[in-house]
Ligand binder design. Structure first.
Ligand SMILES: Cc1ncc(COP(=O)(O)O)c(C=O)c1O
Length: 442
């Protein structure tokens, strides 16, 4: 096909998506693809939700856009109220943007401005974790700890410290429980804060369940609580990036609620608009908002499309569906089913080392040798092969290489729509099994 699109890759051609039907996408040739990863953990309500579509039709006839420099809008106000109703304690304000990277970017800038407002101008450093992903804009990319994604842009990135991830499967020692392991790696944050000088550190950023770059790796019990204590001890803001794991994906509207931790800021996107509109949000504590209000009264940031009425309408309709149909309970039930189906299929598989995740956010990690956990040679490109085989079999999933250190390791991330049926879970796991077998045989 002759195309003027500057796509993600210059190689090959892609099928044209023309329609959605529940958990399936349909291309121009009529082929159906089961969306086992919601694209990249986006399409939590599937691709043809009637209520969200109706809400958008209604809003476009009423008001599409009014610039937030001049107006607020009913959909934006309602969305902020509802998010705050459900948010962890202390979170009180919502800054609406258009995606995940924008939300993370806003969080980093707000952290900096907050410390200027309260008279701590030396606080400028961000600490994050290796193998995390926080977005592709320069600030978010600097925070991210995936070596491969950062490498070629390194000269453009702000200096950031990266401590160990919380990666139970690979990094917990034989003499540690998950809890003692979690305390050990959380304590790396304190060591790094002290090394840099606490008066220079403004924020620690982490995904409660690491998504794209590690394959649904949840924090072990107690880890985030210890992180919270360390941040409090040193006056460092805790920013939890729930762009992928938030908005119900783990069975909780905010993933950190399961960990019993309230951060100072939370970033969300993806499932917030469920793919019906591009939208993200930065949620922040009243303490941060009040500091700006008592100071300059103006967050020196902004984007043209922030608070867009159509985007906020989609998010309101998504929340209506999630909360009104109790889809969080469904995520927990279907998440357990998916986990059980993955364990039945791959529990004894010689090349599946780990099956993990929460709710409908699951990952499997592939290994050359289960005993030693040795990964496959990266030159083999196993994840890319699995993606190709799965797509050929009519399954969309999200395999990625570099699981361990940005170069070695392979995983497959699964994040199907919350509406997935039992038979579709079987279809997903069956097709994934075929794809893995095909990729390993190649
Ligand atoms: C945890 C996390 N943060 C931020 C982002 C960036 O979001 P976006 O691609 O919407 O800019 C992503 C995207 O995958 C993500 O998984």
């Amino acid at each position: 096909m002759n195309s003027h699109i500057f796509g993600r890759s210059t190689k090959g051609t892609l099928p044209v998506a023309v329609a959605g039907d529940g958990c399936y996408l349909i291309d121009a040739d009529g082929r159906r693809y089961l969306d086992g990863s919601g694209g990249a953990a986006v399409s939590c309500l599937g691709h043809s939700n009637a209520a969200v579509r109706a809400a958008l039709h209604g809003q476009i006839d009423q008001l599409a856009f009014a610039h937030t420099g001049f107006f607020t809008s009913a959909p934006a106000e309602r969305l902020a109220d509802r998010l705050i109703e459900q948010a962890p304690e202390g979170i009180d304000r919502v800054y609406l943007v258009s995606g995940g990277s924008e939300a993370v970017e806003a969080a980093i800038k707000l952290a900096r401005q907050y410390f200027l407002e309260i008279g701590q101008p030396d606080r400028r450093r961000v600490i994050a974790r290796r193998q995390s992903y926080h977005g592709n804009t320069l600030g978010a990319l600097a925070a991210g700890g995936n070596a491969w994604r950062r490498a070629q842009f390194a000269p453009l990135l702000a200096e950031t410290s990266h401590i160990s991830p919380c990666y139970d499967y690979r990094d917990r020692r034989a003499d540690e429980t998950p809890e003692t392991y979690g305390q050990r790696v959380a304590d790396e944050l304190e060591t790094e804060i002290l090394r840099l000088g606490p008066e220079t550190v403004m924020a620690f950023v982490a995904e409660p369940v690491v998504g794209a770059t590690a394959g649904a790796v949840p924090a072990v019990p107690g880890y985030l609580k210890r992180i919270r204590e360390i941040c409090d001890r040193h006056g460092v803001l805790l920013i939890l990036d729930e762009v992928m794991c938030g908005m119900g994906r783990t069975g909780h509207l905010f993933a950190c609620l399961e960990d019993g931790v309230a951060p100072d800021m939370i970033t969300i996107a993806k499932g917030l608009g469920a793919g019906y509109q591009p939208i993200g949000a930065l949620l922040t504590s009243s303490a941060i908002y009040d500091a700006i209000a008592a100071g300059t009264g103006f967050f020196q940031h902004g984007h043209t499309y922030m608070g867009h009425a159509m985007a906020a309408t989609a998010a309101n309709a998504v929340l209506d569906e999630i909360l009104g149909r109790d889809l969080l309970a469904r995520v927990r039930v279907q998440g357990d089913r998916l986990d059980a189906a993955l364990r039945a299929e791959f529990g004894d598989h010689p090349h599946v080392g780990d099956i993990r995740g929460r709710g409908l956010f699951r990952g499997i990690e592939l290994v050359r040798d289960r005993e030693t956990k040795a990964p496959f040679d990266p030159a083999r490109g196993l994840a890319a092969r699995i993606k190709k085989e799965a797509f050929a079999a009519g399954l969309i999933c999200y395999p990625m290489s570099g699981t361990i250190d940005g170069q070695n390791g392979d995983h497959v991330l699964l994040a199907p729509p919350f509406i997935i049926e039992d038979a579709q879970i079987d279809e997903l796991v069956g097709k994934l099994s075929t794809a893995i077998a095909g990729a390993l045989a190649a």
